[in-house]
Design a protein around this ligand. Structure first.
Ligand code: CA
Length: 362
């Protein structure tokens, strides 16, 4: 009996196989056609961490596709300036872009939700929301009018509050502070009486050195050490209230994506997913030793933001997020989705992640 069933199954499988083979010959899965894409980024070419993610993506795609899809990576300014990545991919000048969604709030304000919400989700929670909590579907809906398909492609984990040339002892110290801080965090600083500016990473060192800005947030020890901010700033503040787990994005031109055979589409998706986790792994490993180097070799003055300042920033952040939620119908749906997810995550993580961190110290 078992032999008969096995034989029937084998015949059934063979049937499926021949059916697939027929559709192959009809061109549904053309394994001969090759594609050459361009990838533009908002990061300097070969910049550690953030800038290595697009290279990592391109290398994985080339290897997994056996060279059928090759992607040439251009750093900021090589093909288009950093802040023209969104338009370049939307219009098809390049097929792929790597950057952060909160650089595009001038296109669609709700893009800010997909990088980070101040006092919002950490990296682990952002990934949970995006991939199992409906976040990615909302992101795709938001970018659809721009002819773009977004993917999560990296996270730095909790960032630092930033580099300051002014002590922050009270909210008064934020008044008039010129700080590079994009996205919703920037809106909070503006609401607190500061002046928030957005500029690409490659311009920050000189802007701090020349006093164009008084403060800048960037990432965390690993990436901040690479830019040398300790040479041009007095204080290094934490916690990174404004970016608790920012997600970097990979954007793909929708027509270019649709033109790929299904297996190459799956490779693009799989490589993005791999790079997304890989970046978090790299930061998790490298931030620790970079902090030691900043403090012990460079004598960096690491400071904690006062509790009352953090509490006020939290209050202002809730106002800013609520205001963005009222902007459009899709903003409202995104805000409600992420808020509901955070409520549940906080309840469980209080007795899991938080409880464990506390237990580990005792
Ligand atoms: Ca940042």
């Amino acid at each position: 009996m078992r032999i008969i069933i096995t034989a029937i199954m084998a015949l059934a499988l063979a049937g499926c196989g021949s059916k697939t083979a027929v559709s192959d010959s009809e061109g549904a899965l053309d394994t001969q056609q090759s594609f050459k894409w361009k990838l533009v980024t908002t990061w300097p070419k070969n910049y550690p961490g953030l800038g290595s993610a697009p290279e990592n993506f391109a290398n994985r795609v080339a290897a997994m596709s056996g060279g059928r899809l090759t992607i040439k990576v251009f750093g900021a300014g090589q093909l288009v300036p950093a802040f023209e990545v969104f338009d370049a991919v939307s219009q098809g000048t390049a097929q792929v872009g790597h950057g952060a969604s909160y650089y595009w709030t001038g296109k669609t304000k709700a893009a800010a939700f997909f990088t980070s919400v101040p006092f919002g989700l950490n990296a682990q929670e952002m990934n949970g929301w995006l991939h199992y909590g409906g976040g990615l579907e909302l992101w795709r809906e938001l970018y659809e009018p721009f002819n773009l398909v977004p993917f999560a492609a990296g996270s730095t984990g909790v960032q630092m509050a930033g580099w300051f040339n002014r002590e922050i002892n009270s909210m008064d110290d934020i008044k008039g502070l010129k700080m590079r801080i994009p996205g919703l965090g920037g809106d909070v600083i503006t609401r607190a009486g500061g002046v928030s500016v957005t500029m690409p990473g490659g311009e920050l060192y000189t802007s701090m050195q020349t006093g164009v800005i008084d403060a800048t947030e960037w990432v965390g020890p690993y990436n901040d050490l690479a830019f040398g901010f300790h040479q041009v700033a007095k204080y290094y503040y934490y916690p990174g209230w404004h970016e608790p787990g920012p997600i970097l994005e990979l954007i793909v031109n929708k027509d270019a994506y649709a033109s790929l055979p299904k297996d190459l589409q799956a490779i693009v998706e799989g490589a993005a997913r791999a790079v997304n986790q890989d970046m978090l792994d790299e930061y998790t490993a490298r931030n620790n030793s970079a902090l030691v180097e900043l403090v012990e070799t460079h004598g960096v003055d690491v400071r904690k933001l006062p509790d009352d300042v953090v509490a006020e920033l939290r209050r202002l952040s809730a106002e800013v997020v609520e205001e963005l939620a009222e902007d459009t119908e899709i903003s409202r749906r995104i805000a409600e989705s992420v808020k509901a997810f955070q409520k549940q995550a906080m309840t469980y993580h209080e007795i899991s992640e938080e409880a464990y961190y506390r237990a580990r110290r005792q």
